[in-house]
Design a protein around this ligand. Structure first.
Ligand SMILES: NC(=O)c1ccc[n+]([C@@H]2O[C@H](COP(=O)([O-])OP(=O)(O)OC[C@H]3O[C@@H](n4cnc5c(N)ncnc54)[C@H](O)[C@@H]3O)[C@@H](O)[C@H]2O)c1
Ligand SMILES: O[C@H]1[C@H](O)[C@@H](O)[C@H](O)[C@@H](O)[C@H]1O
Length: 337
C-alpha cells in the first residue's frame, strides 16, 4: 500500500467529477489514478490537471489499472452492481454513490459477494449521515431528548430535475435519501409504504409525477412523511422535523446570513446539493479514505443499501397501485448486525 491511497473513479459525470475534485483539493491521503466513463471525453476532462491519472472508457480497465487500491463509483444506479462486483473480485474497498442498486435483487448479489470475502468493503454514499445537522438530530434522538419518536416530517426539494428524470426516480433516486436517513435516525426498519400524487406542478416536465407525498411506517410505530418536489423552482431544500413524546427538533432551515434591508428580511437558499451538502461530501470522503487505507469500510453498509432498495421497490408498487404496500426484507446476515 502506497502512502496515498490510489483511487479509481467510475463515472465522470456531475458527482464523479465533484468527488475527484474533492479528493484532489480537500481530502488528504488519497489521489485519483484512474477515471472511467463510456464518454471518453468526460473521463479525459476529469483527469486533466490530476497528475498521474489516466482516463478509460471501460470500468473494468480502470479498476484493474496500476496503482488502484480503492474504487469510488459515481455512474448511474443501474451500472453500480457491475462496478462493485469488479472491485470486490479484487478485494478493493468501495464507496458507491446512492442508490447502491436500483432493485433489491442487485443489492442482495452485492451482499453475497461481500459475505464471501468475510469482511465489509462496501460503503454506500448516503452522505446525509455525515451532515452536521443530521448528526446533531441523531445524537438528540439517541439520547432520548425527544422521548419516543412519533413522526419525522421531511421535505426534499430540488430546484429543477434533469431531463432524464422519471416519476419512479422521485422515489428510487431522491426519497431513497429519506429512507436511509429515517432508518438511521430512528434505528428502525421501514415496514410499509404509501404514495399520494397530487395533480403535477405545471412547472414539471410533461409526464413527470412531481411532486409526491411518500408515507413510511416504521417497525417502532413511527410515521415518516416525505414531500418530494424536484421542480420546486426556488432552490435546494432538505428539511426534517422529528416529533417525539417529549418535544420536537427541526433541521434544514439554515440560512448562512440573514439580511435586513429596505423593510424586508431574508436569507439565501442553496441552489443544489453540491452546495448544501458540501461539508458532508468532504467528511464522507475523508472517513472512507481513512478506512479504505486499512482495507476496510464503515458507514452505511450494503445491508443499508439493500433495505433502502426494498423500501423503494415497495414505494414504486404503492405509487403504481395506489395501495399501501408492505416492505419485504430478507433476514439480516451476521456481517451486517
Ligand atoms: N449523494 C448525492 O447527493 C448525489 C447527488 C447526485 C447524484 N448522486 C448519484 O450519483 C450517481 C451519478 O449521478 P450524476 O448526477 O453524477 O449523473 P451524471 O449523469 O452527471 O453522470 C453519470 C456518468 O456516468 C457515466 N456512465 C454511464 N454508464 C457508465 C458505466 N457503465 N460505467 C462508468 N460510467 C458510466 C455517464 O456517461 C456519465 O458521465 C447516481 O447514482 C446518482 O444517484 C448522488
Ligand atoms: O441524485 C440526486 C441526489 O441524490 C440529490 O441529493 C437529491 O436531492 C436528488 O433529488 C437526486 O436526484
Amino acid at each position: 500500500m502506497s502512502s496515498t491511497l490510489g483511487i479509481a473513479v467510475i463515472g465522470a459525470g456531475r458527482m464523479g467529477a465533484d468527488h475527484a475534485r474533492r479528493i484532489g483539493r480537500t481530502v488528504g491521503g488519497a489521489r485519483v489514478v484512474a477515471v472511467a466513463d463510456p464518454d471518453g471525453d468526460r473521463a479525459k476532462e476529469v483527469v486533466r490537471g490530476l497528475e498521474g491519472a489516466c482516463a478509460y472508457t471501460d470500468a473494468a480497465a480502470a479498476v484493474a489499472a496500476p496503482g488502484v487500491e480503492a474504487v469510488l463509483i459515481a455512474s448511474p444506479g443501474p451500472a453500480h452492481e457491475e462496478a462493485i462486483l469488479l472491485a470486490l473480485e479484487r478485494e478493493l474497498p468501495v464507496l458507491c454513490e446512492k442508490p447502491l442498486t436500483p432493485e433489491p435483487a442487485g443489492a442482495l448479489r452485492v451482499m453475497e459477494a461481500e459475505q464471501r470475502l468475510g469482511r465489509r468493503l462496501v460503503q454506500v454514499g448516503f452522505m446525509r449521515r455525515y451532515d452536521a445537522e443530521y448528526e446533531r438530530l441523531k445524537e438528540l434522538l439517541d439520547a432520548g431528548g425527544l422521548g419516543r419518536p412519533l413522526f419525522l416530517h421531511c421535505r426534499h426539494r430540488n430546484a429543477l430535475s434533469p431531463s432524464w428524470f422519471t416519476s419512479d426516480m422521485l422515489i428510487s433516486d431522491s426519497v431513497v435519501h429519506e429512507v436511509d436517513a429515517a432508518r438511521w435516525l430512528l434505528d428502525q426498519e421501514i415496514t410499509a409504504v404509501s404514495v399520494l400524487s397530487p395533480t403535477p406542478s405545471s412547472a414539471a416536465p410533461e409526464g413527470l409525477r412531481d411532486p409526491r407525498l411518500v408515507l413510511l411506517e416504521t417497525s417502532g410505530g413511527a410515521i415518516v412523511d416525505v414531500e418530494i418536489f424536484v421542480n420546486c423552482g426556488f432552490g435546494y431544500q432538505v428539511q426534517c422535523e422529528a416529533v417525539g413524546e417529549a418535544g420536537s427538533a427541526r433541521i434544514g432551515d439554515g440560512h448562512a446570513m440573514v439580511v435586513q434591508s429596505a423593510g424586508r428580511w431574508g436569507g439565501e437558499i442553496a441552489q443544489d446539493f453540491t452546495v448544501r451538502f458540501a461539508d458532508a461530501y468532504d467528511r464522507q470522503l475523508r472517513r472512507w479514505v481513512a478506512q479504505a487505507a486499512r482495507g476496510r469500510a464503515e458507514g452505511p453498509t450494503a445491508w443499508d443499501g439493500y433495505a433502502a432498495a426494498a423500501v423503494c421497490e415497495a414505494g414504486l408498487t404503492a405509487a403504481r397501485t395506489g395501495v399501501r404496500t408492505a416492505v419485504e426484507l430478507t433476514e439480516r446476515p451476521p456481517l451486517y448486525r
